[in-house]
Design a protein around this ligand. Structure first.
Ligand code: GDP
Ligand code: MG
Length: 603
């Protein structure tokens, strides 16, 4: 198929606005799958998707469509919806010349619609605005059209109206893709060059890479080289996804396809890497930038006997999700474990859920932390080594305040869209999270879009849930990375009978030290079971005690009331008590239930 008849595009939308459903209809309409086959969200259910699990991002499919007598090759590249994966959305968009911006006719423009629009707009992509779900009773496409015009300068006559569910207007979407989108700007005569924009692991064939061919062509048997690792591979398989894998002889410039070349792990197939024929040197297509973890958490086996099985589960999962960073870690209370880095909180949640569901692991996760940047006070030694600037992603390792010259925390720009009846509580929430308002504007009669500068650490735990709760589910939120900002941070340390429990350390803004310290102490007082001796619980920061509570001694004799009585019952109770003890961790001679570490850090 000539370059002029290729269109590469993706569908971008806020979650639940109908991306997958529209993709299904496009597949049916072009004959890639049978109509009314009773299947839905086909792209989500492919074998590859199952193998790649929930973090799966770009799903691609090549469609053939005959339009006015000519055959067109349409490559649909599904992008990950969540901002955690926005670096990968960017890469997927590199292979596209246009996007379908899908908006729910009832919900209208939401926070991720805005974020996605600007991502595509910033890349100079042609945007086809489509309002979906016009069949809904409360659909108000005129209002959504006005929002699109007001926010993005989109002309009302450009906006398509469809119902993906009922299959209405699908033809108009295909027509717009062919008529409005440019064909790929590529060179078929130049030496082969392609961008890897997704990869996953196949048990039998090793890492498979989804590539966008920018120049030249590639066939089975060719030798390729990675710009990033300089390693050379022989191409073993070349295929198209339609959506099942179909072997192809060759991929030409402008095309998207899957290659396999016996890479042993997905760590070798770097997303964002450029590959070329080993015989000729080319310039890389984009600056190569590995995904940068933003949120870190300690992961420990609940019992050291499970250390090996947890390690194997983590190894298998990271093979599948190379964006997770892994470092070994150990802690006096929790033993040997790992410190894992994630692209965002959703990513972390998905990962820990997969550990449990797919591997039956029940690890202890410490509270998530961001990476702080610290400028140490000059000392003879760090001036010599030039190590005055350090990065810390584990509160336990945060240096003493006397050593710190200046501390910095990562910031984000958050976008919130809310019906104006919830504006008051939403603004209060942002202020409570140390947000600084950048802008506020009405996007129509009763909806407001707010932008805030927010510290990342204030939104990673429960910001999104709280926002949903206070707005009855109507407010939406999205954020983007915005560098570091100097901040007055202190380390809050918990002491049990005078002994610091580093696992419970927390980095907080100075204005919050008192409240957070107080809360933690009260919570610990309630969670820690009474023991033989009195326990003093203290929250200390910068050498000052901010809060203190005592836990009175108490001997819990579960069988006390069963004098004489039933022996078996008595045995059972003692056995239960022993089992309970096993789940305890000894910290400063005090046994803490394993949940303490998680519970206490929930806000
Ligand atoms: P995604 O998260 O953007 O991929 O959204 P999905 O395609 O999974 O759709 C989310 C929900 O909206 C599903 O329950 C769909 O059945 C529903 N949906 C999608 N398109 C339409 C439509 O045109 N009309 C109606 N009424 N519901 C739709
Ligand atoms: Mg979907």
């Amino acid at each position: 198929i000539p370059i002029e008849r290729i269109r590469n595009f993706s569908i971008i939308a806020h979650v639940d606005h109908g991306k997958s459903t529209l993709a299904d209809r496009l597949l049916e309409f072009t004959g890639a799958i049978k109509e009314n086959s009773g299947q839905s969200q086909i792209l989500d259910k492919l074998q590859v998707e199952k193998e790649r699990g929930i973090t799966v991002k770009a799903q691609s499919v090549s469609l053939l469509y005959n339009f006015k007598g000519d055959d067109y090759l349409l490559n649909l590249i599904d992008t990950p919806g969540h901002v955690d994966f926005s670096s990968e959305v960017c890469r997927s968009l590199f292979a596209c010349q246009g996007v379908i911006l899908l908006v729910d006719a009832n919900d209208g423009v939401q926070a991720q619609t805005v974020a996605n629009f600007f991502l595509a707009f910033g890349k100079d992509l042609t945007i086809v605005p489509v309002i979906n779900k016009i069949d809904l009773k409360n659909a108000d496409p005129d209002r959504v059209t006005k929002q699109l015009q007001f926010l993005f300068d989109i002309e009302p006559q450009e906006v398509l109206r469809i119902s993906a569910k009922l299959g209405k207007g699908i033809e108009s979407v295909l027509e717009a893709i062919i008529e409005r989108l440019p064909c790929p700007k590529v060179d078929r005569e130049a030496p082969f060059r392609a961008l890897i924009f997704d990869s996953w692991y196949d048990k039998y064939r090793g890492a498979l890479s989804l590539i966008y061919v920018q120049d030249g062509d590639i066939s089975v048997g060719d030798e390729i080289q990675s710009c990033h690792t300089k390693k050379v591979y022989e191409i073993k398989t070349v295929s198209l996804l339609r959506p099942q894998e179909v072997a192809a002889n060759k991929l030409n410039a402008g095309q998207i396809g899957l290659i396999g070349c016996n890479m042993r792990s997905s760590k070798e197939a770097f997303i964002g890497d450029t590959i070329h024929k080993s015989s000729c040197i080319v310039e890389a297509l984009q600056g190569f930038e590995p995904p940068r973890p933003m949120v870190f958490a300690g992961v420990y086996p609940s019992d050291q006997s499970q250390h090996i099985s947890l390690r194997s589960a983590i190894e298998k999962l990271t093979l599948n999700d190379s964006a997770v960073s892994v470092d070994v870690d150990s802690s006096p209370a929790l033993g040997q474990g790992w410190r894992l880095g994630f692209l965002g909180l959703l990513h972390l949640e998905v990962f820990s859920q997969r550990l449990q569901q797919e591997y039956g692991a029940e690890p202890i996760l410490t509270a998530p932390s961001v990476t702080y940047k610290i400028k140490l006070k000059p000392t003879k030694q760090n001036l010599k080594t030039g190590e005055q600037l350090i990065y810390v992603n584990n509160p336990a390792l945060f240096p003493d305040h006397l050593l710190i010259e200046e501390a910095f925390e990562p910031m984000v720009i958050g976008t919130i869209i809310t019906p104006d009846e919830y504006l008051g509580p939403v603004i209060s929430l942002c202020m409570e999270r140390r947000g600084i308002q950048r802008s506020a504007k009405n996007i129509d009669n009763d909806r407001v879009m707010l932008q805030y500068d927010l510290p990342l650490c204030e939104i990673i735990v429960d910001f999104h849930d709280t926002l949903k709760t206070i707005s009855s589910g109507y407010a939406s939120f999205d954020y983007e990375d915005n560098g570091y900002q100097s901040s007055n941070l202190v380390k809050l340390v918990i002491l049990l009978n005078g002994v610091a429990v580093e696992e419970l350390s927390n980095i907080v803004h100075i204005t919050k030290a008192q409240t957070v310290g107080r809360k933690m102490v009260l919570k610990l007082r309630d969670i820690i079971p009474r023991q033989m001796v009195q326990i003093a619980v203290q929250a200390v920061s910068n050498g000052k005690v901010l809060a203190r509570e005592n836990i009175k001694p108490y001997r819990k004799d579960v069988t006390a009331k069963l004098y004489g009585g039933d022996v078996t019952r008595r045995m059972k109770l003692l056995a239960q008590q022993a089992a309970g003890k096993k789940k305890m961790r000894m910290v400063a001679n005090i046994s803490l239930p394993k949940e303490t570490f998680i519970d206490v850090l929930k806000k």
